[in-house]
Structures are given as C-alpha cells and as structure tokens.
Design a binder for this molecule. Structure first.
Ligand code: HEM
Length: 239
C-alpha cells in the first residue's frame, strides 16, 4: 500500500508548542541556576533573573494570544485534555505492559490525545497556574508579604519546578526516544515538526481518532459524490 499521511497538529498549534518549549527550557535553566547553590554565582549580576522574568511573561502570553486568535482550537484542546472516562482507566492499567514490555496488544484504542498526553496537559496547566501565582509573589510581593508567605511561595515554586522538570524528561523520552514510538520515521516527532503522522502510526497508536477521521473523510467523499450525481441529473433534465 502507498505511504499515506494524516494531519495531527495544525501549524498554529505547532508554533505554540515550540514557543512554549523554548520559554519553558529558558525558565528551567535560569531556575536551576537559582536553585543549585554552587551555580548561584551565575545569578549574581542578575542577568539570569532578568531572562527568567522575560521567559515567564512569554510563557504566559503565548497561550493567551493563541486562545484569543484561535478560541475554537483552544477550547477543543482543553476539552479533550480535561475529559476523562473509563477508557483512561484502561490506558493506565495497560501502560506498564505497553511501555515496559512493548506489549502493543495490551493497549486499548486511543483518541487524538492518549491518556499519557492528557496527563501531561493537565500537569502543565495546573502547574502553570502554580508557577504564575508563586512567581508573582516572589516578583511583586517580596517587600510586602510576611516572611513565611514568601518562603511558602519559594517552596511551592520549587516543588512545581522539580515535578514539571522530571515530567519534562519523561515527556521527551516518550516523545522522541521510546522504541515503540519510532519517532524519527513516522511518529510524534513528525507530528510536532511537519504536523503529520503516517496513517500506519495513526492506526497503531490512535486507533479511535484514526477511525473518526477516516469515517469523516468517507462521509465527505460520499456527500461530494451525491452532489455530483444530483448536479448531473438536474443538468440532464433541464438541458
Ligand atoms: C511562568 C511563570 C513564572 C514566574 C512569574 C516565575 C518567577 C520567578 C521569580 C520572580 C523567581 C525569583 C527569582 C529571583 O530570586 O530573583 C523565580 C525563581 C525560580 N523559578 Fe520561576 N517563574 C515562573 C516559572 C518557572 C518555571 C516554569 C520554572 C521551571 C520549570 C521555574 C523555576 C524557578 C526556580 C527553580 C527558581 C528558584 C527558586 C529558589 O530560589 O529556590 N520558574 N521564579
């Protein structure tokens, strides 16, 4: 069968993804410099602190601007990420056999986002709010908040840093390195660069979504055919 591709992510979604990746990595590196005492020397003249603040503004501004320009896309993605059902429980049960034993048959059919991707979304949105709230306290309320409140803000910011930093590496590993993903040929890497995945990858990893889009394509083709027939028969009568 000829090699076929389907679109998984539109261009604006990919641009937002890479923009967020760049600002998150900047925040992570400049945060790490503040977090690890021997590295703190690099933060002494404050340029890393300035970069941290600029990257924080970019990290928040990009999804807000995206949502203003593409409200439909933003609402659909949030709905998808925050809609959980019994299928997600099945994914969680199957995940150890799938990821550690490469037992692909254990995994139930997945939609456009699988449960792991939904968890990553959930984590980034929830911890995004935590970062903004605690970062704002450190940034703007340093001189006005009680010392314990300030320490709690730093502690919570650090917990969010450790959890999201660890999960970023899990996300990177699963997206670009896990053997089942075969990313550089057909999988998630091409989804985030060119926006497309092979039909074979879509069928194997996102079977429910693949069925939905093929059913929609067939319905469109059938409607177009019907239209042609109707136009033809109408033309025949009057002509
Ligand atoms: C998006 C909103 C964010 C805001 C507004 C923000 C703001 C801040 C501010 C004002 C500081 C204090 C810097 C200083 O001492 O001058 C700070 C520290 C820090 N930030 Fe962020 N930040 C944000 C996101 C992040 C992210 C995404 C990460 C990492 C993934 C991160 C990691 C850190 C770390 C590790 C520290 C050092 C805390 C400590 O002293 O123990 N921040 N942040």
């Amino acid at each position: 069968m000829a090699y076929q591709e389907v679109e998984k992510y539109s261009k604006p979604v990919r641009v937002l993804h890479w923009f967020n990746t760049a600002s998150f990595l900047l925040l992570f590196i400049t945060g790490l410099i503040l977090f690890i005492p021997p590295l703190a020397i690099a933060a002494q003249d404050s340029w890393t602190r300035l970069i941290h603040r600029i990257a924080a503004v970019l990290l928040v501004a990009a999804p807000v601007i995206f949502a203003l320009i593409y409200p439909g896309k933003a609402a659909r993605a949030l709905k998808e990420a925050f809609t959980w059902g019994s299928g997600d429980l099945d994914w969680l049960k199957a995940a150890p056999a799938y990821y550690f034993l490469a037992d692909e048959s254990a995994m139930p059919p997945q939609g456009h986002m699988n449960t792991g991707q939904k968890m990553w979304w959930f984590l980034t949105v929830v911890f995004g709010v935590v970062f903004v709230a605690t970062g704002a306290v450190m940034w703007f309320a340093r001189d006005t908040i009680a010392p314990t409140g300030f320490l709690w803000a730093i502690f919570t910011h650090d917990v969010a840093f450790i959890v999201t930093g660890a999960m970023l590496f899990v996300h990177l590993y699963l997206s670009v390195a896990h053997p089942l993903m075969r990313p550089l040929r057909t999988g998630s890497w091409s989804a985030m660069t060119r926006g497309t995945v092979s039909a074979e990858y879509a069928r194997a990893h996102h079977a429910r979504w693949f069925e939905e889009i093929t059913a929609a394509t067939h319905a469109q083709a059938a409607a177009a055919n019907r239209e042609k027939v109707l136009v033809g028969s109408h033309g025949g009568k009057t002509g």
